[in-house]
Design a protein around this ligand. Structure first.
Ligand SMILES: Cc1cc2nc3c(=O)[nH]c(=O)nc-3n(C[C@H](O)[C@H](O)[C@H](O)COP(=O)(O)OP(=O)(O)OC[C@H]3O[C@@H](n4cnc5c(N)ncnc54)[C@H](O)[C@@H]3O)c2cc1C
Length: 408
């Protein structure tokens, strides 16, 4: 039976609206959830992908943002590689451009979603319960469904890091870069941006272009830029030996992280070093020019932040002070699956973890039978490719091969 039929034919059971059985629920309709759903469907597995398509990209990323990943690493995955970014551009008569604008990527993801038809359900999953060897999912409108497998593909939204120095500021005074959709409302305001990664640096450029007065404060002694030696990428076969087309990580590491299965066999300590090296804070090479007029203070951190009416007073570790209207945090995220509010604590406790990341085996299996995690939460097991759209191909194929075997 197909999931679309399943969801429509729900029956009243003991006050709860229960749907009949389906095989796999994928929670989250971002690049990972959509790709996994399409692969599962193509194998004839009854799947339903839950969530608003591309919600994180459409509503949390800053307006005007460009993708840092190269075009070749910015396609979602389908079994025949027929629904690529290029295919979308051709179908919608859009001129291909690089870097890829946020709006194009969001529209591409929504176009890709159509492959799922009614096997996509925009409702939010409120809670996942274990029910014998199966799972029970309660949905936003009170309906419940039962499934054999749950695939958690809900991204990094809840994992935003907020350093202790900023805990006392109100949401009007401090905000994370991933909540910064409307940059234009900061026109004429004094904004301090904290961080040296792509989100912080690109947000600073966008704010500056929107006529905000911006200062970037960076803990590190200097800001790193990615891809400044672009000639290394244009040496034909030699470049292919140095970098994979996914372009995640520096020379050499880039080749290794392109093979997540191999990475999963590397001892954890070394795997962690490879992961952190591959994703250390840096900005894309098209940012330095856009930031030429923006003050960047390096080697400093904020030790205290207090709100005074409409203003924020910042004290830096060299004793200097700043008075601004707003602070924007580009301080990254820390994976911790206990922060997924749809996973009850008793279920999270049963998932073996490395400091908030689930420990995963082949097929993205967690220690709870039938519960899988894909995307950023899988990066500690399978390496840094899983933080990026480029990892959707491996994740979908690996997941499907395990789930199809499980059904035999
Ligand atoms: C500023 C920034 C820039 C980035 N730039 C790039 C880039 O250029 N290239 C790249 O490859 N990666 C980039 N990334 C990383 C990017 O987050 C991942 O590549 C990508 O989003 C991973 O896809 P995903 O499906 O795992 O997560 P998401 O895209 O976050 O999708 C998860 C979805 O799950 C949904 N969801 C959450 N909870 C529920 C629930 N209970 N029920 C239903 N749905 C739910 C959310 O609404 C969300 O839409 C960037 C990240 C940030 C923060």
């Amino acid at each position: 039976m197909k999931t679309n039929e399943v969801v429509r034919h729900s029956a009243e059971t003991g006050g709860r609206r229960f749907s009949a059985h389906c095989d796999v629920a994928v929670i989250g309709a971002g690049p990972y959830g959509l790709s996994a759903g399409v692969h599962l469907k193509a194998k004839g597995i009854a799947v339903c992908v839950f969530g608003e398509p591309m919600e994180f990209w459409a509503s949390k990323m800053p307006e005007g943002m460009l993708l840092r990943s190269p075009r070749v690493a910015s396609s979602l995955s389908d079994p025949d590689r027929a629904f690529t970014l290029e295919a979308y551009e051709a179908a919608s008569k859009k001129e291909p451009c690089a870097p890829v604008p946020l709006d194009t990527f969001v529209e591409y993801g929504r176009w890709f979603r159509h492959q799922l038809g009614s096997d996509h359900d925009p409702r939010t999953v409120l809670r996942v319960y274990r029910d014998g060897s199966e799972f029970r999912l309660s949905l936003r409108d009170g309906e419940e469904i039962r499934v054999k497998h749950v695939v958690v593909a809900t991204g990094i939204g809840p994992f935003k890091k907020k350093p202790a120095a900023f805990q006392n500021l109100s949401p009007q005074q401090v905000m994370h870069c991933y909540e910064g959709r409307e940059v234009r409302r900061f026109a004429g305001k004094r904004v301090v941006v904290i961080g040296a990664g792509q989100s912080a640096l690109e947000s600073a450029a966008l704010l500056h272009e929107a006529n905000a007065q911006v200062e970037v404060i960076v803990r590190e002694s200097h800001v790193r830029w990615i891809g400044m030696h672009s000639w290394l990428h244009h040496m034909g076969p030699i470049s292919s030996m140095l970098y994979s087309s996914h372009d995640v990580g520096p020379v050499g590491i880039s080749r290794l992280v392109a093979y997540p299965k191999m990475v999963s066999h590397i001892p954890l300590k070394l795997r962690d070093r490879i992961r952190t090296r591959a994703v250390r804070p840096a900005g894309a090479r098209w940012l330095p020019e856009r930031l030429a007029q923006v003050k960047i203070t390096t080697g400093r951190s904020v030790s205290r932040a207090d709100g005074f009416g409409d203003e924020v007073a910042l004290k830096l570790d060299d004793g200097s002070e700043r008075r601004v209207d707003h602070v924007l945090l580009g301080t990254g995220y820390q994976v911790d699956i206990s922060r997924y509010d749809f996973l009850p604590p008793e279920l999270v406790r049963d998932v073996k973890q490395f400091d908030g990341y689930p420990k995963l085996a082949s097929g993205f299996r967690s220690s709870v039978p039938g519960l899988h995690f894909i995307g950023a939460t899988a990066a500690r097991s399978f390496g840094p490719l899983l933080y990026f759209v480029a990892g959707t191909e491996f994740a979908s194929r690996e997941l499907v091969s395990h789930i199809s075997k499980d059904r035999l």
